[in-house]
Design a binder for this molecule. Structure first.
Ligand code: NOJ
Ligand code: CA
Length: 684
């Protein structure tokens, strides 16, 4: 008995003193369908490494894990295993709104607990979840003796490639994702020409790419790297190590010499790798939302997915302005009412009004509650309510976060009082407080604080100049959409307009993160009346197709009322759904073309959107996705014979015919063109 007590005591002392028993150093874990396998082990330095195979072929080579702190030995070598746990999970959850109604969340999990064999004896666990569509892994720091706060200098998580993959990337700016995608081999990624500003007018070089970053291997395997559940941590960019052909995580910095400060216990966000053998499967994947916590807000049915118009494009065109002193103020009661009238007659549920509040002359002193004198906020809201059109509130913060946080409660209380359930926010400019960046821990926490405050007041948020989407919408379903890309607005400005293939890349890159507020629907493609050097580089049918190709629960019809009046093509925008039961991505290739079909939620209509790059092509669409027992009236909005994004963008053929799931369509997409189709069942 005495002996046993000693043994138990010795074990307790051993455990309390840090590293305990040795539990092996090599583990494997597979996806439920067996196609993806992760091998996780300790190497000769006892540093954790993983690799990934897909259908028996390695797609990620030996990649090290590690974290470096401001003080003490980095968490890299000398790991000792103290526990191993495995689990299988299979559930189905409901999206309150989304691109599909129910999501299957099925994965195998491996969690290995380590202790570092040194003086500090830090403990850390690494957790892998392997799904059929990819994997996520994260570091977990349990509560431990002698260590209560982690000051992370950087994270050194590696993603080693097995070949020089074809890659779609944007530079890893810390303040903005508004960059066009480049398509090069991994070895040709060149971020050297990009710099970002620090406050004291010093530029610092960009040395990484932002995520999602997407690739295709020689064998036609698609990989996309991103993160999920970015909470109280810095955004992750990926440094490009060409010599060793790997990405290495590089956290966004801020004011301090550490990049993340966290009290223990805490988890890092999930580092994610989507894996697919079809480009479209990347879009269909729900990996990113599945790696987030379930809904914390409960019922958010006060937010209804909607199409919206805006006193918005007219400012970007220069027809009107945000500020009153300009003499061409856009946000007037009269203008808002005329938009509401059109929206109400054409099935558009909401109106965004920018430039409604004082402060735009200097982009300062925004209080988010005081309207300009020519805008009667309450009257406009009332008028909209009578006509079934909700007002979307606008909060441009000018990136003065200190000012916004001071007004947060009153700003959102005003929305609640007026029954406004959506805010579009904006963060143009350098962050105040000085020294912080849009994508660092400070701002990640700010964007979250806004979501939490908004939720208290039953408001949903569509953030521009946001932190990237990482699936938080599952936990906070009031995180409805965000910008975070080169949007439609760039077409209206002096610089280069969006390239013809821009939107054939976005669905496979930026959109993998979450809903995109791109603001489609320009009908006056050339808008020479306002800017003769700018235009939209697509056909009209391509603009219509974007309502299906791009997913957002708030989908703008961005053009001016006068450009929509009398246009038969607008019928597609009136008809198209914004909340979906099912989404399927048919034959597609990144940067070339994409065809998406979606079935509406709570109804039987299907919609198709197809777009192409600068090359014309004819696509064959098998209609076997349609319900078998129905005959549909298909309304087709197709590029005309002579359509061309530059020479003849408005050439559109609008026809209808009866079709069933047994039919096949051949659709001609012109250069920069597209096709939009609604399928309306003729029988129940
Ligand atoms: C940039 C946003 O992306 C745009 O939509 C908005 O109109 C301006 N900021 C002004 O807030
Ligand atoms: Ca923007």
């Amino acid at each position: 008995m005495k002996k046993l007590v000693y043994v138990v005591l010795a074990a307790v002392i051993l455990i309390m003193s840090g590293c305990g028993f040795f539990m092996g150093n090599n583990w494997a874990i597979k996806s439920p369908d067996g196609n993806i396998e992760v091998e996780f082990s300790l190497n000769k330095d006892n540093q954790p490494v993983y690799d990934v195979t897909y259908k028996g072929k390695q797609v990620i080579g030996d990649s090290k894990l590690g974290i470096e702190f401001i003080q003490g030995e980095p968490l890299a070598k000398n790991f000792k295993t103290i526990d191993v746990q495995r689990k299988n999970h299979n559930e189905k959850w409901e999206m309150q709104w989304g691109e599909q109604h129910y999501v299957v969340n099925n994965y195998n999990e491996l969690k290995v607990e380590f202790c570092q064999e040194n003086k500090i004896k830090r403990k850390v666990s690494v957790e892998f979840r392997v799904f059929n569509d990819g994997l996520g892994f994260r570091y977990l720091f349990p509560e431990q003796q002698n260590w209560d706060t982690a000051y992370i200098k950087d994270e050194h998580t590696e993603f080693k490639l097995t070949e020089d993959n074809n890659t779609w990337w944007i530079p890893g700016h810390w303040d903005s994702y508004e960059q066009l995608y480049s398509n090069t081999k991994f070895s040709k990624i060149d971020v050297s020409k990009f710099v970002q500003d620090k406050h004291d007018s010093i530029s610092i070089p960009v040395n990484a790419v932002n995520t999602p970053v997407t690739m295709k291997t020689k064998d036609g395997v698609y990989l996309s790297f991103h993160e999920a559940n970015l909470t109280n941590y810095s955004g992750m960019t990926l440094a490009v190590d060409k010599k060793n052909m790997k990405f290495v995580s590089n956290l966004v910095g801020g004011k301090y010499d550490y990049k993340v400060k966290r009290a223990l216990p805490f988890n890092t966000p999930w580092r994610t790798i989507q894996i697919a053998n079809r480009a479209g499967a990347l879009i269909e994947s729900k990996l990113i939302v599945n790696l987030n916590e379930p809904n914390k807000l409960g019922d958010v049915s006060w937010f209804k997915p909607t199409k919206y118009m805006g006193i918005w494009w007219e400012m970007h065109l220069g027809k009107s302005a945000w500020d009153l002193k300009s003499g061409k103020h856009g946000a007037t009661t009269k203008n808002a009412k005329s938009f509401i009238d059109f929206a109400s007659e054409h099935g558009i549920g909401a109106l965004l009004v920018e430039g409604w509040n004082i402060g735009w002359e200097t982009w300062s002193g925004f209080d988010f509650v005081t309207p300009y004198p020519d805008y009667d906020l309450e009257e406009v809201v009332e008028y909209g309510k009578r006509k079934g059109v909700d007002i979307i509130m606008h909060h441009e913060t000018g990136a003065n976060v200190l000012n916004y946080e001071n007004h947060l409660d009153t700003a959102y209380a005003l929305c609640e009082k007026l029954g406004i359930h959506t805010v579009k926010s904006g963060y143009v400019g350098k962050i105040v407080p000085e020294g912080e960046f849009h994508h660092g821990q400070y701002m990640v926490n700010h964007y979250r604080k806004v979501l939490e405050t908004a939720a208290k007041h039953k408001v949903a948020v569509n953030a521009h100049e946001p932190i990237k989407a990482t699936g938080i919408r599952r936990t906070y379903p009031n995180a409805i959409a965000r910008e975070g890309l080169v949007g439609q607005e760039y077409n209206a400005w002096g610089r280069v307009c969006n390239p013809v293939d821009h939107l054939t890349i976005i669905p496979f890159t930026r959109m993998l993160a979450g809903p995109v507020d791109y603001t489609p629907g320009v009908f006056d493609i050339k808008f020479d009346k306002y800017k003769d050097k700018n235009q939209v580089n697509t056909t009209l049918a391509h603009q219509l197709a974007l309502y299906v190709v791009i997913y957002s629960p708030v989908q703008m019809a961005c053009d001016l009322v006068e450009n929509y009046e009398g246009q038969s093509a607008f019928q597609f925008i009136t008809d198209v759904a914004v909340n979906w039961d099912t989404t399927l991505v048919l034959d597609s290739e990144i940067g070339d073309f994409v065809t998406t079909v979606r079935k509406e939620r709570d109804g039987d209509r299907w919609f198709l959107g197809a777009i192409t790059d600068e090359n014309s092509r004819t696509i064959k669409v098998d209609l076997d996705f349609l319900d078998d027992d129905k005959t549909y009236k298909a309304n087709l909005y197709l590029d005309g014979e002579n359509a061309h994004w530059d020479k003849n963008p408005l050439d559109i053929d609008i026809t209808s015919k009866e079709l069933t799931s047994g039919d096949t369509l051949k659709l001609y997409l012109a250069e920069g063109g597209g096709a939009a189709i609604s399928f309306v069942p003729l029988n129940k």
